[in-house]
Design a protein around this ligand. Structure first.
Ligand code: 5GP
Length: 197
């Protein structure tokens, strides 16, 4: 299990202009990455952290854009060196947020967004208490399940693991500062941007 708190963590949670760190979390399949892709397109002034992962790239994913795809050994090295702000194991792969770029963007006063899972959001809550934690909720469980299956990129056992994780994540919604229901990507982006500024 990842540490709930990293000894190297310095509580840098907002920059000189008051922009704070925003965390977007929610169950796998809820549409977080669609929201992030739309934000990247329509709001280039927001900086989106690029995570490292040991997962294999999906078709269309590019190293350095959606993720930095790294080996298990490289991930181990980053954890040992304290280079990750938070990290978690999710459905058989590891994911983490590189610390240095986040600290740099916050220090510059750039609005900064992390798209991470529940375990990561909990770690950020501990190490950066001023961060705003936003939960992206599906309109219903049925919508979430059909989105995960419809993606068609994962085998059945991976889908089952993601659905199981989704049940746990949905139950944690009340731990977040606020929830946005993903009824429309534009609406969610608009509300997120308003919250970040
Ligand atoms: P996916 O494999 O579908 O891209 O991501 C699986 C899950 O990992 C999603 O819930 C996503 O938010 C989460 N995730 C992506 N990057 C990170 C990260 O850096 N840290 C943590 N804790 N979770 C992450």
């Amino acid at each position: 299990m990842p540490p709930s708190e990293s000894p190297e963590a310095t509580p840098v949670s907002s920059g000189p202009t008051g922009n704070r760190l925003t965390v977007l979390s929610g169950p796998s399949g809820v549409g977080k990455s669609t929201v992030v892709a739309e934000l990247r397109r329509s709001h280039p002034e927001v900086w989106l952290s690029v995570s490292v992962t040991t997962r294999t790239p999906r078709p269309g994913e590019t190293h350095g854009v959606e993720y930095f795809f790294v080996s298990d050994a490289e991930f181990d090295r980053m954890v040992a060196a304290g280079e990750l702000l938070e990290w978690a194991e999710f459905a058989g792969n590891r994911y983490g947020t590189p610390r240095a770029p986040v600290e740099q963007k916050l220090a510059e006063g750039t609005p900064t967004l992390l798209e991470i899972d529940l375990q990561g959001a909990r770690q950020v809550r501990e190490t950066m208490p001023a961060a705003l934690l936003v939960f992206l909720a599906p309109p219903s469980w049925e919508v979430l399940e059909s989105r995960l299956r419809g993606r068609g990129t994962e085998p059945e056992d991976v889908i089952e693991r993601r659905l199981a994780a989704g049940r746990v994540e949905l139950a944690a919604e009340k731990e977040f500062d606020l929830s946005l229901v993903n009824t429309s990507v534009d609406e969610v982006c608009g509300r997120l941007i308003a919250l970040m500024k």
